[in-house]
Design a protein around this ligand. Structure first.
Ligand SMILES: NC(=O)c1ccc[n+]([C@@H]2O[C@H](COP(=O)([O-])OP(=O)(O)OC[C@H]3O[C@@H](n4cnc5c(N)ncnc54)[C@H](OP(=O)(O)O)[C@@H]3O)[C@@H](O)[C@H]2O)c1
Length: 346
């Protein structure tokens, strides 16, 4: 990965934002400013990332940053939704700074919000910047990986994917909202929109359908909760027997009246095959000619999800700087940015 001399503003210093700072500092990427909201204001970003002091302090004064700092790109880790995150990144777009965000709804925004997507695209074009969403899901597991295999098929009939993620060590804010809850409290929270389930199905479904030239008639998303029989202790959350330990969401994409894309997500705290019927990891089944089963297992115990999400973000920064302007889909950019021999030869 070749990332030379780029200047980055980190926006959002929550669980993944801090990890993004750590990775950028470890890769010697220059983080010229960090924007927070309420927490960590005034703290040194190096210390925040668990490394030594670097002399850059978290601020919530966007205007001051724009006046005092020159940057090529914003690394955004502030939220999930197109509208909410657009409000956060708009001042940077209008200051001519490219944006890479991990907000799921930026993975393929045209389906959910065509009008807003057009507005963001027009704004990005007018300011000659790229705006793109990336991450793990969307951004890797359910788009790039299956699309790589689809590109090696003569024919594809159906795609099914299952991800089981271990939430024992990740995103404390969302873990606390979701797990260790009484079943009724969880159900009510989801129905009222106070407990967020996974967002990103529509985006991945459309990226896949586009890659196959399939027209989706509709997408049906269902969910069910899992209640623990056992006590589970995790870094950020404790699960008592009789409270929520996970949930399962299934998105089914109907094409020509048939269920042809099925995406299943199971976030659990310490997923356990005997009790939950699932174990941490990812499997993709492609039925066609030929057919494939692709399995990803994380190294013992560790769930690589947060590390990979942040790596996808950081490893997209340079490509975003170099890409054409506008609102792009995650699959419009290469997976990595390397020194190309042909460019060196030139
Ligand atoms: N694409 C993917 O694969 C993928 C995977 C995982 C997560 N995500 C997305 O990544 C996001 C971040 O995850 P996380 O675990 O780091 O969440 P988090 O710990 O809740 O962090 C979010 C941070 O954003 C800050 N924030 C909110 N509004 C802001 C603003 N206007 N300016 C600056 N900072 C602001 C919050 O600050 P305060 O605490 O001070 O309010 C908080 O520190 C999630 O919302 C999720 O949707 C995407």
């Amino acid at each position: 990965m070749c990332i030379v001399g780029i200047k980055v503003i980190q926006q959002g210093v929550g669980y993944l934002g801090k990890k993004a700072i750590e990775l950028m500092l470890r890769k010697n990427i220059e983080v010229v400013a960090a924007i927070g909201h309420q927490s960590h204001i005034g703290e040194d970003i190096g210390k925040l990332a668990g490394l030594g002091e670097v002399g850059v302090k978290v601020t919530n004064d966007v205007q001051k940053v724009l006046e005092n700092v020159k940057a090529d790109v914003v690394s955004n880790c502030t939220g999930t939704t197109l509208l909410g995150v657009y409000e956060h990144i708009k001042p940077f777009i209008e200051a001519g700074i490219n944006v890479v965000t991990m907000a799921e709804e930026f993975g393929y925004p045209w389906y959910r919000a065509p009008k807003l997507s057009k507005e963001i695209h027009t704004n990005a074009k007018a300011n000659n910047v790229t705006v793109v969403g990336t991450g793990l899901n969307p951004g890797f597991s359910w788009d790039f990986i299956p699309i790589a295999y689809i590109s090696a098929c003569w024919r594809v009939d159906k795609i099914k994917a299952r991800r089981v993620t271990d939430w024992s060590k990740t995103s404390p804010r969302r873990a606390l909202l979701r797990f260790g809850k009484k079943p009724e409290e969880f159900r009510k929270g989801v129905v009222e929109g106070k407990i967020p389930l996974h967002t990103g199905f529509y985006e991945c479904m459309h990226l896949l359908a586009d890659s196959l030239n399939w027209k989706l008639d509709k997408i049906v998303v269902t969910w069910e909760m899992a209640v623990s029989k056992s006590f589970r202790e995790a870094e950020f959350v404790t699960v008592q027997p009789g409270t929520t330990v996970g949930f399962k969401q299934v998105a089914t994409g109907i094409v020509g009246g048939e269920a042809r894309i099925v995406l299943e997500l199971c976030p659990f705290v310490h997923p356990n095959l005997d009790e939950d019927g699932v174990e941490s990891g990812e499997t993709i089944w492609i039925e066609g000619e030929p057919s494939f089963t692709i399995t990803t297992k994380w190294a013992p115990v560790e769930d690589g999800t947060p590390l990979c999400t942040v790596a996808r973000l950081v490893n997209t920064l340079q490509s975003a700087i170099e890409a054409e302007s506008g609102l792009l889909a995650v699959t419009d950019l290469p997976l990595t940015k390397t020194v190309r021999i042909r460019e060196v030869v030139k």
